[in-house]
Design a protein around this ligand. Structure first.
Ligand code: C5P
Length: 248
């Protein structure tokens, strides 16, 4: 820099402000990191399983947690694909967004997006779909006492069993009680690297669905960890911190 120097002279050669030096170094390494991007797949939102052209079975899900996780992946230099069911959130423009409705379409799109380094399955995939779909709208005058259901494909398990299996998979478990117990069982069953359990009825009136807050636990080979009620953006940061730690 130009300025007064320790030797008493004035001119170019002055030692630059250390804060400025560190910010140039930080930017240099940030750019290097950006070139070493990892690929992330995030499933988000609910799926809709149609009974007829106007009626469907679905799950409650705003897409906010999935959106926060996708944004955090982008912040950390990832290229991100979001496969999402119908939601009203604004996904980041930098991500590749694939809109789907049904679980089977979500599965197809997820498999098409492989290979990825990390798959984070936040979507509230409907567990059941109608065994028979009626092309014509069912009339209310018809007497329908029951609808036969069959299970939808498990997207997370299909990803972990795929030949192009992601290096790291994350599953979610939404529970209303016994979080530790149910989430631990799901961690074993789903064969994922990290399971995020979330309590969906612990925020009082400020329910998890559609809210900006979430209450989660993390289960991995590092053990079980309970977290307090946090903003979904903070939850996303802690999940990504944990993924980075486990990948180390
Ligand atoms: O089995 P359960 O639905 O409770 O598991 C939840 C986790 O599995 C979530 O990560 C969800 O995205 C994923 N899942 C899936 N395909 C399904 C059902 C759930 O990927 N059909």
């Amino acid at each position: 820099d130009i300025g007064e120097m320790a030797c008493g002279e004035y001119g170019s050669g002055k030692f630059s402000d250390p804060i400025e030096i560190s910010s140039i170094i930080n930017n240099y390494f940030k750019n290097l990191d950006e070139n070493k991007r990892f690929k992330a797949l995030v499933t988000a939102g609910p799926t809709r399983e149609y009974i007829d052209p106007v009626r469907f079975i679905s799950n409650r899900s705003s897409g906010k947690q999935g959106n926060a996780i996708a944004r955090e992946c982008l912040e950390r230099g990832a290229s991100v694909t979001i496969v999402s069911g119908p939601v009203a959130v604004n996904y980041p423009k930098k991500a590749k967004i694939i809109n789907v409705e049904t679980a089977s379409d979500m599965l197809k799109e997820c498999l098409k997006s492989l290979p990825v380094d990390i798959a984070i399955c936040v979507a509230a995939v409907s567990d059941w779909t109608a065994e028979k779909y009626s092309i014509k709208k069912l009339k209310k005058e018809q007497s329908i006492k029951s609808i036969s259901l069959e299970k939808t494909p498990d997207i997370l398990q299909n990803l972990t069993k795929s030949k192009k299996k992601p290096k790291f998979t994350v599953g979610f478990a939404a529970e209303t009680e016994n979080l530790k117990n149910f989430a631990t069982k799901k961690f074993q069953k789903k064969n994922c690297d990290l399971l995020v359990g979330n309590l969906i009825n612990q925020l009082g009136e400020n329910q998890v669905f559609g809210s900006d807050y979430n209450k989660i636990c993390l289960i991995s080979k590092l053990g079980y960890e309970d977290l307090p009620i946090l903003r979904k953006s903070e939850v996303a940061k802690l999940i990504l911190d944990k993924i980075e730690k486990l990948l180390e």
